[in-house]
Design a protein around this ligand. Structure first.
Ligand SMILES: Nc1ncnc2c1ncn2[C@@H]1O[C@H](COP(=O)(O)OP(=O)(O)OP(=O)(O)O)[C@@H](O)[C@H]1O
Length: 252
């Protein structure tokens, strides 16, 4: 299986006052094409920092991140932004949509910046994705006129516009009620089943139980890894129980 991300011995620290605080300590991890991975761990263990390091959103102090065969350190900030816009998708806990644009315009905005495509095609593509994600009728709505779950669907649509190789999600269901969270996870699972790799940070064992590999972090390190069998709608409880048992075992 082809590896899309190879992270080797990543170190990352943050300055607080005069002191440097190590946040990622010698982290190495590979992500395969089409893989569905989650990162769990206590608050402050470095989950988001790892996600941002692997996606080139944040610089690392040392070590190496290779994405699709290229060492990310050779790119400047603009080149990294281009790679993120054209090859990666991002879903955050609160979708960062613009208040002065309607849902459709928010979804097409990043793609419009890419001059290689024509606007008509972009709009057509966006509408097709909105239909698929179940928000076709919301295209003209303000982002303040939709529910949290609908807003997150719009965030997913925007992430899908570039046909990303991988989608990174930082607590994508963290702000949702359990029904909406389940619906969002159904959509993310479908996207993954179609071949897009997905890497999610989550505190929720039910979310992690959907994935096929869970990385458990503590204190800036991956302390354990768990592989799960193929997800079906009938083995959800069993998978969730396995995840919670593992969390208890390693004290997370
Ligand atoms: N920009 C920053 N400046 C200083 N410290 C930071 C910065 N970003 C993160 N940190 C610190 O790095 C550590 C790891 O943060 P990170 O957000 O990666 O943790 P996390 O595991 O995702 O936590 P949570 O589950 O609470 O979101 C924390 O101690 C945090 O305070």
């Amino acid at each position: 299986m082809q590896k899309i991300i190879i992270a080797e011995k990543i170190m990352k620290s943050f300055s607080v006052g005069n002191e440097r605080h190590p946040v990622l300590k010698d982290v190495s991890v590979d992500i395969n094409e089409g893989e569905f991975v989650s990162i769990m761990g206590p608050s402050g263990s470095g989950k988001s920092t790892l996600l941002y390091a692997l996606s080139g959103m944040d610089h690392i102090d040392s070590g190496k991140v290779t994405f699709n065969g290229s060492d990310l350190s050779v790119f400047n900030d603009k080149e990294l932004a281009d790679i993120r816009r054209t090859k990666m998708g991002f879903i955050f806990q609160q979708p960062t949509l613009l208040k002065n644009l309607n849902i459709l315009d928010n979804i097409i905005l990043p793609a419009m910046r890419d001059n290689r495509k024509n606007n008509e095609n972009i709009i057509k593509q966006a509408k097709a994705i909105m239909t698929r994600v179940g928000i076709a009728e919301l295209e003209k709505r303000d982002i303040t006129q939709v529910s949290g779950g609908q807003l997150q669907r719009a965030g997913i649509c925007r992430a899908l516009m570039s046909h990303p190789t991988i989608i990174f999600g930082d607590e994508p269901t963290g702000a949702l009620n359990s029904k909406s969270a389940q619906e969002i996870m159904n959509i993310i699972s479908e996207i993954n089943a179609e071949g897009t790799a997905v890497m999610l940070v989550t505190h929720d064992p039910k979310v992690a139980a959907r994935t096929e590999r869970i990385l458990f972090m503590r204190d800036g390190m991956i302390v354990s890894e768990m592989h799960l069998e193929k997800f079906t709608n009938t083995n959800m409880d069993d998978r969730t129980n396995k995840v919670t048992a593992k969390m208890r075992e390693i004290g997370i």
